[in-house]
Ligand binder design. Structure first.
Ligand SMILES: Cc1cc2nc3c(=O)[nH]c(=O)nc-3n(C[C@H](O)[C@H](O)[C@H](O)COP(=O)(O)O)c2cc1C
Length: 337
């Protein structure tokens, strides 16, 4: 193909893995363009959910997560990906141009790529097994590689404060008809849907963990695990924060989100991204003041913990066909066999 990209099949395999990234409401707000020397990540603004995500932060975090998934996929396939963020200032939807260089896959590359297909958003109660300090340290270090702090809320008093802010944000959002309409449109979908949150991934009953509410979805069919109750849940909440709040910072927050989720999956932990507490500006500011010492900007909260051993696996959420989300730049399509 080119001096910088590997052969077509390797690029398509990497893109298929990149598209397994999490995204708000499983909107998959990305498109990929394959050029001569680079793979280009484009935002798809049509897929923003404006009532849920008024300033487009969740969309950018989702795209950043897909970018990191692509880096992980290329590394395991023998290419080191080098992303250039916002390579074209005249085109703000052009989020990254990714070049690749030959690379000898390492053990970490293989364990991370294995986690891509195993990771699920698990919205149920987790078990009473505590997350070890060593595991938290590794997760925090992997986020830090992107310049993103991951601050764990472990103290009961702090957790209570977080719960109050999260509950207030949820109450405010739930009175918004446009927000409710987006939830209905994007969630509780049938198994055959290619996007949105399927009913099979939403618990029959929404839980709150020590007063921290999980997002309430209109319909769910995921049975609670026979053991494991919200009262015993020993999960840890991590607040991800960045120094700036511009597009590159949010993309890096997305890369760090992916690193946190894949590392946790590699360690056998269940995970759930939670953006709802930050979607109402007043409570986002309150969470920044309490948990980021008033400095920087809160981008996402991630819950990590152990699923009860008796829990049924969460079904894999769907994705759009690769052919719908990628295209070759003119002259780059492979010759027909
Ligand atoms: C930026 C972002 C925000 C999210 N916010 C929430 C949330 O508030 N509550 C929730 O249950 N899931 C949330 N999710 C998880 C998505 O719903 C999930 O990634 C998507 O449905 C695909 O499912 P999967 O993660 O199992 O592949 C969020 C994901 C991202 C990337």
């Amino acid at each position: 193909m080119s001096r910088s990209l590997p052969d077509h099949k390797t690029v398509l395999d990497a893109l298929a893995l990149a598209c397994r990234a999490p995204s708000v409401h499983n909107t998959q707000p990305w498109r990929w363009l394959v050029g001569d020397r680079s793979v280009h990540l484009m935002a798809d603004p049509e897929r923003r959910v404006p009532a849920t995500d008024p300033d487009g932060r969740d969309l950018l975090i989702s795209c950043g997560a897909a970018l990191h998934h692509l880096e992980v996929a290329f590394a395991a396939l023998g290419r080191r990906a080098v992303p250039h963020l916002l390579p074209n200032h005249a085109e703000p939807a052009h989020l990254a141009a990714v070049e690749t260089h030959p690379h000898e896959p390492e053990v970490e590359d293989i364990t991370l790529v294995t986690a891509v297909n195993r990771r699920r958003t698990d919205r149920r109660a987790y078990s009473s097994w505590p997350v070890s300090v060593a595991h938290l340290d590794l997760i925090i270090r992997r986020a830090a590689a992107f310049g993103v702090v991951a601050v764990p809320i472990t103290d009961a008093v702090e957790r209570h404060r977080f719960a109050r802010a999260a509950a207030a944000a949820a109450r405010q959002q739930e009175t918004d008809h446009a927000y409710a309409a987006e939830l209905v449109a994007w969630t509780g979908r049938a198994r055959s849907a290619e996007e949105g949150v399927p009913a099979g991934g939403i618990p029959v009953r929404t839980i709150d963990v020590e007063g921290v509410p999980m997002r309430v979805f209109p319909s769910g069919s995921l049975a609670p695990s026979p053991t494991g109750a919200a009262e015993e849940d020993a999960s840890v909440l991590l607040v991800l924060g960045t120094a700036d709040d511009d597009t590159p910072a949010r993309l890096r927050a997305g890369q760090a989100t992916s690193a946190v989720l894949l590392t946790a999956t590699e360690l056998g932990l269940a995970t759930c991204p939670m953006s709802q507490p930050l979607e109402v500006p007043r409570y986002r500011a309150e969470i920044r003041d309490r948990f980021l010492d008033g400095a920087g900007h809160a981008q996402l909260v991630v819950r990590v913990g152990y699923a009860p051993t008796s829990a049924e696996p969460v079904p894999r959420s769907p994705r759009r066909p690769l052919a719908d989300v990628f295209a070759y730049l003119p002259g780059m399509a492979p010759p027909r066999p």
